[in-house]
Design a protein around this ligand. Structure first.
Ligand code: HDD
Length: 749
């Protein structure tokens, strides 16, 4: 079902792209190459490139955004002031003589500088760094039995906007830090907007939203020096999570490979909370939302993540934009775990209102209900990705929140934060936030009011505006009408307390640990050892070791050894939960779409088969990148990366074609490895590329004289090294092995 839907959506996008492409005029002269001079002839502003054409954003009144005069921008051929007066010079201030002082009366200067001075808005207090994309969601109709929401019905297509993010870092921080990732989706449904504001981790640090400022203050940089940026490897974070042990489950996910995703395209998403849903018959159920990436869940290695922080801090953004531009559209299946809506709101002993607990998929399978395909990059980062405002209270008929104390606080926080971030209460009028349905909300005035409301009676009841707008459903037809789903409120006295079922902070953390493969466990040990090793306070390290002792003895003792501290005994009786294999990322094969394959070539070497390999890589939906000693072309093929600009971290696999590239004089080759053939002459940058690709467990293929490079890098005869007589044969085997993301056996060696 998912494959068919994906192909249908992609087919339609391809048709649209073909429509947009300029038809070639037979016999037309080749276009002039662009001039290096600044253009002087006036012309209409450049239209967005075809890949930048976002799905039409309709306004609140249902019009195409382009047709709405209030949002028109940048249409005039000539430069104007913001009030539309044409200008003939924006390069010189108005001065009293050429060498004289600037005059206060220069209103163009003042308008230009004043606007510039106010270009920035406050960044999000959390999730400040993000990347967005437009998409389309198609329902399978399989949710009908539990949820009547219109966008889940079979074949219904709903435009979406997704924003992925890190949590702790500022807007300019690196993408690949160890952190939770946000996965927020706005569905512009026919019944109004539905926002699913989730993360890539199914549990949260805290059980009650009142603790949110505490966990965020602990994770953010220290208030005195404002370091470290975008990371949890510091005292205040570990101080908090070791004292506030309900955070241990989320923290374990952060220390696992889930904390350093390979790409937003290979990341799961979770709604975290339990939601209450209702079907057309009025029956209710409890559900948890899941996003499953079509490309599988995959992560970076820690060394890759660190290298990328310097080499390409925009790695995840770039990856998302490039994949969409290349037509390798990221796709995610939406799934539901469904539980009976019982009075206790407990499933098999798991309290569904406790957001630090998840329900293993083996106990409640994730049932697919629709597919989202991301089909277009934003046209303008600020207008769309920065100004998009999500809110867990943006719910549609058939979906409601539960009494989970975390979501209850979120219901308040998301509107409140936009008031300072977007400067007033009218943020839902910003194009990216507008519903695609019509609105009639009787909300009036306020900062940044764009609507010119008519009528005299924005109140109810009224007679002066003919009683408009009317209450929906008054005629008994409740289709498309939102109502809170009736639920009995627990009786009791007002208390600041939580149920005893929230007290178990360790059993699911241990379950997660026991569900990991040996390689993943090793990564977790190293992550804890690194992060605690960056703390200064001995007591914090000791306290966290105590928490680890309550999770697993080996985990605790190995981290303790790394820190040079004794491993404490557990303070609780460890349980033996069933492992949940679905939590591990290792073992499955996934489609290759959008993977990056680096092909190292030598202009003087044997280029036989390189062009075929390039086309075959492309044909398999992957991205071939030719890497040569210089830019331009080699053998008639465009070079995308040079030895100076390529680095192993960008590639999912490396192919070595033709002869080894001799080191230029300026870069002395490394010493040949003992016993290696004539390898001393191989360019050291290529050797480094191969060494790193090997260390990061990527598949490496070589044919012909390319094999000399393997020898120079000392990576012969181990798993995931493919040699062959011809390029095609090598590529076939490389592709087979790439399906598993990495050569996992190599980690163990
Ligand atoms: Fe939150 C942003 C996800 C708990 C308060 N949150 C924000 C974003 C995501 C999440 C993905 C970025 C949205 C975007 O891209 O614009 N937050 C979560 C998840 C949580 C969670 C999955 C727990 C299950 N959040 C949470 C709590 C509170 C907040 C408990 C406050 C009581 N979150 C906010 C916020 C933000 C935000 C301060 C910052 C910017 C924004 O809302 O629009 O209001």
């Amino acid at each position: 079902l998912a494959k068919d839907t994906f192909e249908k959506v992609v087919g339609r996008i391809a048709e649209k792209a073909a429509e947009l492409a300029e038809p070639p005029v037979p016999g037309a002269p080749a276009p002039e190459p662009p001039s290096l001079e600044e253009p002087t002839e006036p012309r209409a502003p450049l239209p967005p490139r075809p890949d930048q054409v976002a799905p039409a954003v309709r306004t609140a009144t249902g019009n195409d955004v382009d047709a709405e005069p209030t949002v028109r921008a940048q249409r005039e051929t000539y430069l104007t002031t913001s009030t539309g007066v044409r200008l003939r010079d924006t390069d010189h201030s108005l001065k009293a003589g050429e060498r004289g002082p600037t005059l206060l009366q220069d209103h163009h200067l003042r308008e230009k500088i004043t606007h510039f001075d106010h270009e920035r808005i406050p960044e999000r207090v959390v999730h400040a760094r993000g990347a967005g994309a437009h998409g389309v969601f198609v329902g399978y109709g399989t949710a009908d039995t539990v949820c009547k929401a219109a966008f889940l019905q079979e074949g219904v297509e709903t435009p979406t906007f997704v924003r992925f993010s890190t949590v702790l870092g500022s807007r300019g921080s690196a993408d690949t830090v160890r952190d939770t990732r946000g996965f927020a989706t706005k569905f512009y449904t026919d019944e109004g907007n539905f926002d699913l504001v989730g993360n890539n981790i199914p549990v949260f640090f805290i059980q009650d939203g009142i603790k949110f400022p505490d966990v965020v203050h602990a994770g953010k940089p220290h208030p005195d020096r404002e370091i470290p940026q975008a990371q949890s490897a510091h005292d205040t974070f570990w101080d908090f999570v070791s004292l506030h042990t309900e955070a241990q489950h989320h923290t374990m996910w952060n220390m696992s490979d889930r904390g350093i995703p390979r790409s937003y395209r290979t990341m799961e998403g979770f709604g975290v909370h339990t939601f209450r849903v209702q079907n057309a018959e009025g029956e209710t159920a409890l559900v948890k939302f899941h996003w499953k990436p079509r490309l599988g869940v995959h992560s970076l290695t820690w060394e890759e993540a660190q290298l990328l922080g310097g080499l390409d801090p925009d790695f995840h953004r770039r990856d998302l934009y490039d994949a969409i531009e290349a037509g390798a559209y990221p796709a995610y299946e939406l799934g539901l775990q469904v539980f009976p809506d019982n009075a206790e709101q407990v499933f098999e002993g798991i309290d569904l209102l406790d957001p630090t607990k998840m329900v293993p998929e083996e106990m409640a399978p994730v049932q697919p209900v629709g597919l989202m395909v991301l089909t277009a990059n934003p046209t303008n980062f600020f207008a769309e990705t920065e100004q998009v405002a999500f809110h867990v209270g943006h719910l549609v008929p058939g979906i409601d929140a539960t009494d989970d104390p975390l979501v209850q606080a979120r219901l308040f926080s998301y509107v409140d934060t936009q008031l300072s971030r977007l400067g007033g209460p009218n943020f839902n009028q910003i194009p990216v936030n507008r519903p695609h349905t019509e609105t009639n909300d009787m909300l009036r005035d306020g900062f940044h009011q764009h609507a010119v409301h008519t009528g005299v009676a924005p109140y109810k009841p009224n007679s002066l505006d003919g009683g408009c707008p009317f209450h929906a459903g008054a005629d008994g037809d409740l289709a498309g009408v939102f109502e809170h789903l009736p639920a009995k409120v627990a009786e009791g006295t007002k208390v600041r307390a939580q149920p005893a079922s929230f007290d178990d902070h360790y059993s699911q953390v241990r379950q997660f640990w026991l569900s990991m493969s040996p390689v993943e466990q090793e990564h977790i040990i190293r992550a804890y050892t690194f992060e605690l090793g960056k703390c200064y306070e001995q007591t914090i390290k000791e306290r966290q070791l105590q928490c680890l002792a309550n999770i697993d003895a080996r985990l605790c003792s190995e981290v303790a050894t790394g820190l040079g501290l004794p491993a404490p005994e557990p303070t609780i009786a460890l349980q033996e939960p069933e492992p949940s294999p679905a939590l591990s990322q290792v073992g499955e094969a996934w489609p290759p779409d959008g993977r990056m394959v680096g092909i190292v070539v030598d202009p003087d070497g044997d280029l036989t088969g390189v062009e075929e390999v390039r086309l075959a890589v492309f044909g398999a939906g992957m991205v071939p990148l030719l890497i040569g000693p210089h830019g331009g072309t080699i053998g008639g093929m465009a070079v995308q990366r040079t030895f100076a600009t390529a680095r192993s971290v960008e590639f999912d696999a490396v192919l070595l074609a033709g002869a080894p590239v001799p080191a230029p004089d300026a870069l002395p080759a490394r010493d040949a490895k003992a016993g290696a053939a004539d390898t001393a002459a191989v360019d050291p940058r290529v050797v480094l590329l191969v060494e790193e690709a090997y260390r990061h467990c990527k598949v490496i293929g070589a044919w012909g004289a390319g094999e000399t490079v393997l020898e120079a890098a000392g990576v012969t005869g181990t798993p995931g090294i493919v040699r062959g007589d011809g390029a095609a044969e090598v590529l076939e085997q490389v592709q087979e092995q790439m399906a598993y993301h990495r050569v996992w056996e190599r980690f163990a060696s």
